[in-house]
Design a protein around this ligand. Structure first.
Ligand code: NAI
Length: 341
């Protein structure tokens, strides 16, 4: 759906990929795209990934996503957010929106003035708050699982905090998710190498978590135990993968693979890839636990299971000699076809 409103300057797209398992739920991204074609490609890919993410996480929701074209720092106004809410409302609940890159809980409050089909509102407003903390927790659990699996440990160690102690984790992107992931890793004794296009965020991570700064252009090539992409998508391509030094890729960013073949390239190079829509599901699991009354412990327990799911995917990938991305795609498609989570 194309959403245009000259009065507020809103230019947005809403994509509903699937409502087979329930109403589609996915965040709204605010980004300055080069052109509309880029935004269309992004919203379509993101909404498909949301369908797969919900199917694997078993939330009983479908896949949808929205993008607002523009620069989040300069031209996001309450009127624009409310207008976006009206477009969401016109879909009658087929799409439920939430935060994504460039959006905040405050923005969702404005959206909630014009539609009830919005989640991720503050807890005091009946919501579950910013989903990023749970997303970061899920990614943290996924990193533990990947490290344990690569070390040949047993499944019981898939949530063992000690596996990350003294391990080097290269984190790309220090926004809502990346920064909180750094906190959790630092508290477990990991060594951090970080980068962001915003130097203030890099300084903050160095200061608070004793991280070492790196440049956005070199982070993929730093020697590390894990590369954690937590910025934008398409970071893993036929050009970037050969530069990768880490034997594990496990991070929050959506659509990390430039193309499906890049999952196969990672597999051939013996890089253990935690499929993005599996490892970054903590946020939607959190939101799916909003009704009837938000229960953070339940959401956390469900998010912790990301480790188990990844373990199964790693196991199947090894047994079948197939890329983890292909195994995860197949699992998601199978659940969608069965028409139940
Ligand atoms: P955010 O907007 O808070 O943070 C993104 C960060 O990446 C910013 O600090 C930005 O300056 C930085 N960045 C952008 N381009 C960069 C580059 N080339 N190199 C280094 N840093 C760069 O976004 P958030 O919420 O932290 O999300 C991060 C990623 O995780 C996104 O791909 C998002 O779609 C995905 N994700 C987020 C969820 C959430 O709960 N917030 C849930 C699931 C996925």
């Amino acid at each position: 759906m194309q959403c245009e409103d000259p009065q507020t300057g809103l230019r947005a797209l809403i994509a509903v990929h699937s409502t087979k398992l329930g109403p589609s739920l996915g965040g709204c991204r605010r980004w300055s795209y080069d052109d509309v074609a880029d935004a269309i490609t992004d919203v379509l890919r993101l909404s498909k990934a949301m369908s797969y993410k919900h199917a694997i996480a078993g939330t009983g929701r479908g896949g949808g996503k929205a993008v607002i074209l523009g620069d989040s720092s300069s031209d996001k106004t309450p009127a624009l957010m409310k207008c976006f809410g009206q477009f969401v409302d016109s879909l009658g609940g087929r799409y439920i929106t939430a935060e994504d890159v460039g959006m905040s809980v405050k923005d969702m409050l404005f959206v909630s003035e014009t539609t009830q089909h919005v989640s991720g509102l503050p807890i005091e407003h009946g919501g579950s708050g910013d989903p990023s903390t749970m997303t970061a927790f899920g990614v943290y659990c996924g990193i533990l699982a990947a490290l344990a699996w690569n070390q040949g440990l047993g499944k019981n160690d898939s949530c063992n905090r000690s596996v990350v102690k003294n391990r080097v984790i290269a984190v790309q992107g220090l926004g809502h998710v990346g920064m909180d992931l750094c906190r959790q890793l630092h508290e477990s004794g990991a060594k951090l190498i970080v980068t962001d296009i915003d130097p203030n965020r890099v300084a903050q991570a160095c200061d608070q978590f004793n991280a070492t700064a790196n440049s956005p252009h070199e982070i993929l090539a730093v020697p590390a135990d894990v590369f954690a992409p937590c910025a934008l998508g398409c970071v893993l391509t036929s050009v970037s993968i050969p530069q990768l030094q880490a034997p594990i890729v496990a991070g929050a960013a959506n659509n990390q693979l430039g193309a499906d073949e890049d999952g196969a390239l990672l597999h051939r190079r013996n890089v253990l890839y935690a499929p993005d829509f599996v490892i970054n599901a903590g946020g939607i699991i959190n939101i799916a636990n909003e009704q009837p009354t938000y229960d953070v412990d339940k959401a956390k327990a469900q998010t912790r299971k990301i480790s188990e799911t990844l373990w199964q995917i790693f196991d199947s990938s090894k047994k079948l000699d197939r890329p983890t991305s292909a195994v995860a795609n197949e699992l998601a498609r199978h659940r969608l076809e069965r028409n139940r989570p």
